[in-house]
Ligand binder design. Structure first.
Ligand code: RNT
Ligand code: ZN
Length: 424
């Protein structure tokens, strides 16, 4: 479809939405200002650059698939991210993990990393017009092999991980200061056990104490913010997870920290969307890890499914778009990794657009009149409104491919760049 047709289709769509009291121009304007935090770890299956043979074994996370062409160096990862961003409308952030530093030839353990190892990322982000977020990496390490880190019964192991997280917060603050945008430091730990523990309180008390020590160091909120991410269960932590939702909710609310809700970290029928209005009454902000749970896996590529629609609707409904932090979190090694980034990022933005285009006034009127029939029927009508025409216009304006044309670009990149990479 050429640009003129896209404009034509958009004009029709604008009229149709206007009949429902929806201003498409306003929706597009709002969408443009939403940054997504794009996770670097989709590009190399959560490998990182600590050692040439870095891998996830025994970390509680599992990446499956062996599609060729994964990024092997920091240069390749940045090139791949650049390719993905050229196909994602808007201006966004990159979410790094501590294992993605540039450590050179020296072996730097996790309790000794510093801002100097991430200088290259900051420079790259500045040149690329991107902002950065950061994560401690409390997995894929010999001292995490037991499945416990910050709540490990051995004080020396706890010390190592407390020091690691302290280093990471310092790095995050440096990134935020240099890029003039608060860097979100998110903490997820794998701590938990395959079998039923006898004393759950003991581990949770240790975690609480470790966190209190970590957060003794204060940073300006202009430089960094902290979030804590819970999980229902993981591989090897099926019976007990120390950092459960209730644990972190209590911790975060009592300590002025943020909660990170990962869409793949709850009971399959539990609605994460429903949590948004509840938590936002007590917390100034919220962090999302957009993901897709499938059976035992919590990290499938994000697509525009009901859950994404529900969560984005709640973010828009609670007027929290400018306060929440929306990050992607998934890893799929079975298909083109750059393409997976683009699918997920475009799906998240489409979800937000769909939410911004809901006929709010009509729905509010029906609800105020206790007209349950009309409220449900309006939703049904919305299903066939021309979202795609507005989306195409968004892409056109952002100078990224419209419709499915980005798929051809991914295919070209695979042919010309990714297929030349061989496993080291
Ligand atoms: C793991 C959490 C966590 C990780 C990343 C790599 O279950 O979702 O966010 O996916 O930190
Ligand atoms: Zn997550």
């Amino acid at each position: 479809m050429n640009d003129a047709r896209i404009e034509d289709r958009y004009r029709c769509a604008r009229e149709i939405y206007a009949e429902h009291g929806v201003d498409t121009e306003r929706a597009l304007g709002e969408l443009k200002s939403v940054p997504l935090s794009v996770h670097c770890w989709q590009g190399d299956d959560v490998g990182g650059f600590e050692r040439p043979d870095s891998e996830l074994a025994g970390s509680g996370l599992q990446v499956t698939g062996s599609h060729p062409g994964k990024a092997r160096t920091v240069g390749e990862l940045r090139a791949d991210l650049g390719e993905a961003f050229s196909l994602i409308p808007g201006s966004h952030r990159v979410n790094l993990h501590a294992i993605y530093g540039e450590f050179g030839r020296e072996a730097v353990d996790r309790n000794a990393i510093g801002p100097e190892h991430f200088r290259g990322w900051v420079e790259w982000a500045r040149e690329s017009g991107l902002k950065l977020d950061f994560n401690s990496t409390c997995f894929a390490h010999p001292l995490a092999a037991s499945g416990f880190t910050l709540s490990h019964p051995d004080k020396a192991v706890r010390r190592f991980w407390i020091d690691h997280v302290k280093c990471c917060r310092k790095i995050a603050a440096a990134m935020g200061r240099e890029l003039k945008s608060p860097c979100l430091h998110n903490l997820w730990i794998p701590d938990g056990s395959k079998e039923v523990p006898f004393d759950r309180l003991a581990a949770r008390t240790l975690l609480k104490e470790a966190l209190d020590e970590i957060f003794e160091v204060e940073y300006s909120p202009l430089h960094m913010k902290d979030s804590l991410e819970s999980k229902l269960f993981g591989i090897g932590s099926e019976s007990f997870v120390v950092g459960s939702h209730e644990f972190y909710l209590g911790y975060a609310l009592s300590r002025g920290k943020l909660i990170c809700l990962d869409l793949g970290h709850y009971h399959p029928t539990e609605s994460v969307a429903d949590k948004v209005s509840a938590i936002l009454l007590f917390s100034p902000s919220l962090v999302f890890h957009l993901s897709r749970g499938v059976r035992w896996d919590s990290d499938h590529v994000v697509i525009l499914n009901d859950e994404i629609r529900a969560v984005t609707e709640e973010i828009v409904r609670t007027k929290a778009l400018d306060r929440v932090h929306i990050a992607l979190d998934y890893f799929d090694a079975s298909l083109n990794r750059v393409g997976a980034w683009v699918i997920g990022a475009r799906a998240a933005l489409k979800g937000l657009l769909a939410a911004l285009l809901l006929p709010e006034a009509e729905l509010r009127r029906a609800e105020a009149a206790s007209d349950g029939f009309r409220r449900l029927a309006i939703r049904e009508e919305v299903g066939t409104l021309p979202l795609g025409a507005v989306w195409d216009r968004f892409c056109l304006e952002a100078d990224v491919p419209t419709g499915g044309r980005w798929m051809d670009e991914i295919a070209r990149y695979e042919r010309e760049v990714l297929s030349a990479r061989t496993t080291p």
